[in-house]
Design a protein around this ligand. Structure first.
Ligand SMILES: *[C@@H]1O[C@H](CO)[C@@H](O)[C@H](O)[C@H]1NC(C)=O
Ligand SMILES: *[C@@H]1O[C@H](CO)[C@@H](O)[C@H](O)[C@H]1NC(C)=O
Ligand SMILES: *[C@@H]1O[C@H](CO)[C@@H](O)[C@H](O)[C@H]1NC(C)=O
Ligand SMILES: *[C@@H]1O[C@H](CO)[C@@H](O)[C@H](O)[C@H]1NC(C)=O
Ligand SMILES: *[C@@H]1O[C@H](CO)[C@@H](O)[C@H](O)[C@H]1NC(C)=O
Ligand SMILES: *[C@@H]1O[C@H](CO)[C@@H](O)[C@H](O)[C@H]1NC(C)=O
Ligand SMILES: *[C@@H]1O[C@H](CO)[C@@H](O)[C@H](O)[C@H]1NC(C)=O
Ligand SMILES: *[C@@H]1O[C@H](CO)[C@@H](O)[C@H](O)[C@H]1NC(C)=O
Length: 517
């Protein structure tokens, strides 16, 4: 062997030795079960090596990987990847055993837009309280034949439910009192959550102990936690269309394929299709204006989708747009303001419309919670976005919504009257409007009180309320008046109530079952 050959052999041996040391190091450190910062023997004793924990470690890793991969393939979730959200924790939250928070809707509890935002709020509250989150919507019929859990298992059944201590929560605000109430729930196993608004939501953002859990354990920074921002994240983690409705959407998507889709949600309120709905002011010309606008801004080969609460508008759109109109068959009914049977028929179309809107390239909204939350699920919510507010206005960012409230500076007119057990026949149904030779009930402008604030405020919408007292021989109150849209989150959702409500302006100490709005 000459010098070079010898050098070569030494190098080879050196490499082999280095390689053996390298491999043994890897083997050595990988035997630590839990933290990789266990360098000292005292620490190692705390985390004894065991095959079980090693296996669990590996399973969690592949479980995490598959979750993250699935999330990466859902465009609506993908956009949250950059904001440090802890997806793995969110999909498998830490929960105390046998503690549940069940979002419950077994009587009218709002339209689909309104409901889903309340579900999102309830889910975040369940995280803070370390409770397993479940959804039980049976009004107008179960949603489980249309939607199923996506990442979060909200449809489990509870064993021995009747043996567990339960309570039903109807109202919750962000006051100190209500915060103390929330903290006193610790010994209650099951919370049936029927809260009618998001008045408590600021607890999640501004109570240190609550916010810290959401931030540290779930990676939800305050900037992500505002309901507008977090809505899509939580909605997508919770819900997935079942295969039957999904295939319907897929069929329609095939038609869209690379073509531009312009959409509108035309919600006009009370009309022959939805006779029990609220009368919205200034929407009389919405039908022709919005459809005309869509025709104007789209090219003749582009598709148009219309979601509406009126069959008249649907058939008008079909006449105007013909084959360009993308159609979802089904019954048009407000899911909360129709009889149970009709509302149930309307549920499928309502939910399909909601999903369809997320595919739109251009969107014309109504001032409605459904429009708002459906639009939030578009990939670029503020691209080509318009709102109908006594004319069509462009929306370029979140701040623009506040520029187009109804009657913030002026007020609408409403009928104002009260009939107790039929005492005032002219206030009862069928309401005849103003009749000659009778006193007028029309108030213009109609002013209204706001809870917890002095003075009168201009109204934003008219209310017809039929309520019954809880007494065995119930008294019927028929009340027509005006109300003001003062939701604390986006100001566009209409308040809706479920269960018994207090109507301070009627009778301070009486609870009522609200029959219809
Ligand atoms: C939830 O768990 C966290 C972390 O263990 C704890 O700090 C918090 O007090 C718990 N909250 C409730 C309401 O049990
Ligand atoms: C959902 O609520 C209905 C009644 O409102 C009840 O009969 C049913 O058992 C509940 N389902 C679950 C899974 O809790
Ligand atoms: C919950 O939904 C999943 C997915 O659709 C389904 O496989 C499971 O059977 C459901 N569980 C219950 C208790 O309904
Ligand atoms: C809730 O608890 C009460 C007793 O406090 C019980 O009568 C009732 O059946 C429970 N409700 C459910 C749905 O388990
Ligand atoms: C919430 O409901 C309870 C009764 O269930 C009632 O005592 C309380 O006054 C209500 N709070 C508000 C703010 O309406
Ligand atoms: C549009 O709505 C108004 C008010 O409801 C109605 O009078 C009109 O006939 C509707 N136009 C069409 C084309 O349906
Ligand atoms: C459509 O465009 C025409 C011509 O540019 C215009 O006169 C009309 O007002 C537009 N209609 C709507 C509803 O925007
Ligand atoms: C109200 O009317 C109902 C049904 O008409 C009746 O049963 C009830 O006794 C009445 N209540 C009062 C206080 O008159």
């Amino acid at each position: 062997m000459n010098r070079y050959q010898r050098l070569y052999v030494y190098m080879l041996i050196g490499f082999v030795i280095w390689f053996l040391i390298f491999i043994s190091q890897i083997l050595y450190f990988s035997t630590f079960s839990t933290p990789d910062y266990c360098w000292f023997s005292s620490c190692k004793k705390k985390f004894p090596l065991s095959k079980i924990s090693k296996q669990r470690h590996r399973i969690i890793n592949s479980y995490e990987k598959s979750i993250l991969a699935r999330i990466h393939h859902q465009p609506l979730l993908q956009r949250y990847e950059s904001s440090h959200v802890n997806f793995v924790r969110l999909t498998k939250p830490r929960t105390s055993p046998k503690k549940y928070l069940i979002y419950t809707c077994n009587q009218p509890c709002g339209g689909w837009g309104d409901r889903t935002r309340k579900i999102v709020g309830a889910y975040l509250l369940s995280l803070v309280l370390n409770r397993t989150f479940l959804i039980n919507i049976t009004w107008p019929c179960p949603i489980t034949h249309l939607l199923e859990p996506n990442f979060i298992n909200w449809n489990q059944t509870i064993k021995h439910l009747s043996k567990l201590k339960n309570t039903t929560i109807y109202n919750l605000s962000a006051s100190d009192n209500d915060y103390r109430e929330v903290m006193s729930w610790t010994d209650i196993d099951v919370i049936f959550f029927k809260v009618k608004d998001l008045a408590y939501y600021s607890l999640l953002l501004w109570r240190d102990d609550f916010y810290r859990i959401l931030h540290i354990h779930y990676g939800l920074h305050r900037s992500t936690l505002f309901i507008h921002t977090v809505f899509t994240l939580v909605y997508e983690l919770l819900f997935k269309l079942k295969s039957h409705p999904q295939s319907h959407i897929d069929e329609l998507s095939e038609k869209i394929h690379l073509r531009h889709l312009s959409c509108a949600h035309i919600r006009i309120g009370k009309n022959p299709t939805n006779p029990n709905d609220v009368v919205f002011p200034k929407r009389e010309r919405m039908n022709t204006t919005v459809i005309g606008f869509l025709k104007n801004i789209s090219k003749s080969n582009e598709l148009i989708f219309i979601s509406t609460d009126s069959e008249e508008i649907q058939s008008y759109a079909r006449k105007q747009l013909r084959s360009r109109l993308l159609n979802i068959d089904g019954v048009i009914r407000h899911i909360d303001r129709s009889g149970k049977k009709l509302a149930c028929d309307g549920l499928e179309k309502t939910i399909l419309d909601f999903y369809m809107i997320s595919r739109c390239h251009t969107m014309v909204m109504s001032k409605s919670a459904f429009s708002f939350w459906a639009n939030t699920r578009r990939l670029k919510p503020y691209e080509n976005l318009y709102i109908y507010c006594d004319g069509i206005k462009q929306i370029r960012g979140p701040g623009d919504y506040d520029r187009y409230p109804y009657g913030r500076f002026s007020s609408i007119s409403c009928y104002k009257c009260l009939s107790i057990n039929g005492s005032n026949p002219s206030c009862e149904d069928l309401f005849q409007g103003d009749v000659a030779n009778k006193p007028s009930f029309l108030q213009a402008p109609c002013l209204t009180h706001l809870r917890g604030r002095a003075g009168l405020f201009p109204a934003t919408h008219c209310i017809k309320l039929v309520a019954y007292t809880k007494a065995p021989k119930p008294i019927q109150y028929m009340y027509r008046t005006c109300g003001r849209d003062e939701a604390n989150d986006n100001g566009i959702a209409h308040s809706s109530h479920c269960g018994f409500v207090k109507l301070d302006w009627l009778e301070k100490n009486e609870q009522f079952r609200v029959y219809s709005f």
